[in-house]
Design a protein around this ligand. Sequence first.
Ligand code: SF4
Length: 400
Amino acid sequence: MRAPSAPGLEVPQALYVHIPFCQRRCPYCDFAVHVGGVARFHEYVAAVRAELRWLAAGAAPPAPLDSVYLGGGTPSRLPARLIAGILSTARARFGLAPGAEVTLEANPSDVTRRRAAAWATAGVTRVSLGVQSLDDDVLRQLGRSHTAAQALAALRVLRQAAIPGVSCDLLYGIPGRPAGSFQASLAGLIEAEPDHVSCYELTPERGTRLHRQVMDGLVRPPHPVANLAQHWWAVERLEASGYHQYEVSNFARPGQESRHNLQYWRGAGYWAAGSGAHGHLPVAVARRLAGDAPATGVGLGARAVRCWNHRGTARYLRAVAETGSGWAGWEAVDAGQAELERVACGLRLREGVRLRTPAQRRMARQLSRHGLLEVAAGRARTTRRGEELLEAVTLRLLAA
Ligand code: SF4
């Protein structure tokens, strides 16, 4: 693959903070999760705040953040004053741009009037609710601690607390469940009028309880064709209800797209703090942060540096206490890798991807003749058929 020259990254304006704590591990989850951990909340948040100070020192000078995303795990399990503490350090060290998007992932059973008001006061502008389903049998199967009624009540409470954006996640492709269960959940959710909806296919990730159940033949996931039908049903239903599909799995009312996630999909840099978090940084920033460590060996051809933190809470806390940093490792992103990520992520977006070279433009025209891409104004975006063959289309464009 020939990689066209790509500029290096700007100083990031997005920050991801990982809060690993969950009440229990859901059978399908392979995230960096710490079950329980109430006794460590304060210590963990102090470490995250120390890591934010360490990161900001490497920005020299930092650019004000346009988005902060507190993800997990279950960040809503933290007392609101600890969430406020993290945001206050982010604000003091990086600055927040006017109108910055600040997202908090929340479990519906954690949403109370008091907490929602405290989140809004702390500066949270968007809550991403892990609804997953409005079918109580499915929620039990997924090991979730909330009910459908609690999910809808949480949405109402967030509205009353004047949180400007509420997003809800739903899952389809749940083993043993008929298509009607997902469809009824989505219809119920649309009636509740969230600002943003994400519909993800449940995939049995290796190492999870669900994966073992599938391997042992205890449950059977739906056929991929059935899952594809669910996806297109969701697209049509959501678009007919005023949500536009701006990314394969994400739908928003006008102006309610996730600005933070758009930074990822557009290949921008981002800071990351907390156990298991991954960052994407300009080379100069990574070099300043790493000092004499091996990141200084990142070659001249590097476009960016990908860094990742220790995944286990105890190891992460030790690393921050010793060095201020939670980094477990880093690697250079060269021009070829950067281009692969730019095209793969860009083609997931409705806005599509910019075609950089004459060869890419030729290949895109060829793919458009096969009904897989639409090409206009130097950009390519997938058609419905192209979206179904996304991996193949991406590889063809990269091979040009
Ligand atoms: S609540 Fe979310 S992060 Fe926590 S175990 Fe369940 S799926 Fe994983």
